[in-house]
Design a protein around this ligand. Structure first.
Ligand SMILES: C[S@@+](CC[C@H](N)C(=O)[O-])C[C@H]1O[C@@H](n2cnc3c(N)ncnc32)[C@H](O)[C@@H]1O
Length: 266
């Protein structure tokens, strides 16, 4: 059942129109986006969700800001248990995380599977902005990669990463770091994952520097459809490469999308 259907009879027709069709579920937390006009009804909506879905114990709403370089989108608790910590299950791995201390979106689960499918036997993978580890742990667990380097600057993301590595029993083939990605040089990786779309351009040289010739970079960025050519131009100016694929990985605002541009370093 979608949220609009769920709230029929509780909200009037105009209010239903303003409501988003769905919400994200992260572990046992339902994460809503509430438009300004519906703020007076947010508790009512949250209580209804809590009552309806037995596997949800907390309902939160996303605040309208994203904080700094750690890309944290804070949430406010609307109903249920007073916690923003949960364990999320995705693609066969578990991730412990605190929504108010780390970046996490379940909306990239399909994209993570696409990347996983491109990892080859004996690959060395560098996931330089790994968050709590959804790409890195998935790759260690389900691919034949030789080694994964997982790094994030946010100390809380790093703490959860270490915990998740243990939880998923993937300690052997992963090395975890809590560094500025700019401190890595000449890693010679076969695959470089660059999931830092907001600041992607400033890390482009670094991506080239750490990828081996012939290796593949997964370069995430934000762009409208007609701006994508500019992103491609920036990549080509940063180094010698061939664009392999452009994947739309969800929308982030009116006609603005998160993309992954895969390129091969030549
Ligand atoms: C968009 S999030 C992606 C996280 C993760 N890959 C995921 O899919 O959940 C970007 C991450 O980059 C981290 N970050 C920001 N600046 C960084 C830097 N200079 N070096 C390393 N990590 C950084 C943030 O803390 C954040 O966790």
């Amino acid at each position: 059942m979608n949220l609009k259907e769920l709230m029929k009879g509780e909200l009037n027709e105009n209010e239903i129109l303003l409501l988003k069709r769905s919400f994200d579920q992260i572990g046992t937390i339902a994460q809503l986006e509430i438009p300004k006009e519906l703020e007076s009804k947010e508790k009512l909506i949250a209580e209804k969700i809590l009552k309806t879905y037995k596997n949800i114990s907390t309902v939160v709403k996303k605040e309208d800001i994203t904080l700094g370089e750690y890309r944290i989108r804070p949430v406010k608790i609307l109903a249920g248990k007073d916690t923003t910590i949960t364990i999320h299950k995705e693609n066969g791995i578990f991730m412990n995380l605190d929504l108010n201390k780390v970046f996490f979106t379940p909306r990239l689960s399909g994209e993570r599977l696409r990347v996983l499918a491109l990892i080859k036997k004996n690959d060395f993978v560098a996931d330089l902005f790994c968050g709590v580890g959804p790409y890195s742990i998935l790759i260690v667990k389900f691919s034949k990669a030789k080694k994964v380097l997982a790094n994030d600057l946010n100390p809380d993301a790093y703490k959860y990463l270490l915990d998740n590595v243990k939880k998923n029993k993937v300690i052997d083939k992963i090395e975890c770091f809590n560094k500025d990605a700019r401190d890595f040089h000449k890693l010679n990786a076969d695959k470089v994952i660059m999931n830092i779309p907001k600041f992607s351009e400033s890390f482009l040289k670094m991506a080239f520097d750490n990828c081996r010739i012939g290796g593949r970079v997964f370069y995430y960025c934000f762009a409208k459809e007609d701006e994508l050519k500019d992103r491609v131009k920036e990549i080509k100016q940063a180094g010698n490469c061939r664009i392999l694929k452009k994947t739309k990985c969800g929308d982030i605002g009116p006609s603005t999308y998160r993309w992954c541009i895969d390129f091969k370093k030549l």
